[in-house]
Design a protein around this ligand. Structure first.
Ligand code: NAP
Length: 285
């Protein structure tokens, strides 16, 4: 716990609910390690209080903040400026100050890409399957589009919402796939991304794809589950048993946080310290 003084600067995260966030552990460990007189706190902000909360954060001279469910899209009209990337995604997860006022950006795209970019893979030649069409899926689809992926199949359980999600971008490489049809593209797909909460603790025995489904993937495919509790999920256990490369959500969580911290403090984030803090926090839950 840092010593709080008259010079202590404030960072935080707004969301509803907010009590399960791991961001304070990750950011406060980094700030302490760097010897900076900052503190990062969770703010429980209900949807009807969003406008007041943003004005209040400004009035209280908060340096910057993260944005999580359900405010990532709703916050857009309240910002003085929105980065090109956040506009492309249609969602903001990080807010920092400029002379004009609050600026929104999106570091989830960077977080998602960080573990993928550590490997050489012919991204522009591959097809991707994204399961789910919520907030995280917006960052994933934008990231896959920017990687140049040839086809991006998106599957979700409500037809109208799926269609609205796909048509919210002008890109021709996006293909909606009914939830009951989600396994039909697997022979063609080299990256599967689960952005649904299926398999998240405490529902550890749930999986959006079965072992039989995964058998249809090419041997070189990667299965990426954005869930970080449990590690690994049943989906990733099945993918490992099939001999596929797997990625869980911890690296995304870490790298979106590191990128956000760099906006606020203007220096490189200590990612190893942040990773340890996350692993410790997850281990004690
Ligand atoms: P969200 O906006 O609520 O979206 C969830 C999506 O999952 C929606 O499309 C929802 O469809 C779908 N879904 C939920 N239950 C389903 C089911 N039983 N069958 C089929 N589809 C189902 O949530 P989010 O912010 O995108 O987060 C989604 C997941 O990603 C969570 O597990 C979260 O922890 C994880 N996440 C991880 C990171 C990271 O840094 N690793 C970052 C963000 C999110 P309906 O709308 O039809 O219910």
């Amino acid at each position: 716990m840092p010593k709080i003084s008259g010079q202590t600067q404030l960072l935080g995260v707004i969301g509803d609910p907010i009590e399960h966030t791991l961001s304070p552990e990750m950011h406060n460990a980094a700030l302490e390690y760097l010897g900076l007189n900052y503190i990062y706190v969770p703010f429980w902000v209900k949807p009807q209080q969003l406008a007041g909360a943003i004005a209040g954060l400004d009035a209280l001279n908060v340096v910057g903040f993260n944005v999580t469910i359900p405010h990532k899209e709703a916050i857009l009209p309240y910002l003085a400026d929105v980065s090109d990337l956040a506009q492309q995604v249609g969602a903001v997860n990080t807010v920092y100050r400029s002379e004009k006022g609050w600026v929104g950006t999106n570091t989830d795209v960077h977080g998602f890409l960080a573990p993928l970019q550590q490997q050489t893979y012919p991204w522009s030649e591959i097809a991707v399957l994204v399961l789910g069409y919520g907030g995280a899926a917006r960052a994933v689809v934008t990231a896959c589009y920017n990687l140049g992926c040839r086809q991006i199949y998106i599957s979700g359980r409500q037809g109208e919402r799926l269609e609205a999600f796909v048509t919210s971008w002008p890109w021709r490489t996006l293909y909606p796939l009914a939830w009951s049809e989600r396994a039909t593209c697997l022979e063609k797909v080299s990256l599967v991304v689960n952005t649904t909460p299926i398999g998240m603790s405490p529902h550890r025995d749930a999986t959006p794809l079965t072992g039989e489904d995964l058998a249809r993937l090419p041997d070189t495919a990667i299965v990426y589950d954005l869930i970080y509790k449990p590690r690994p999920t049943l989906l990733l256990q099945l993918a490992m048993a099939r001999g596929l490369q797997t990625l869980d959500g911890l690296a995304m969580l870490l790298h979106q946080g590191a990128a956000a911290l760099e906006y606020w403090i203007g220096q490189p984030a200590p990612t190893a310290i942040m990773a340890t803090a996350l692993e410790t926090a997850l281990g004690t839950e």
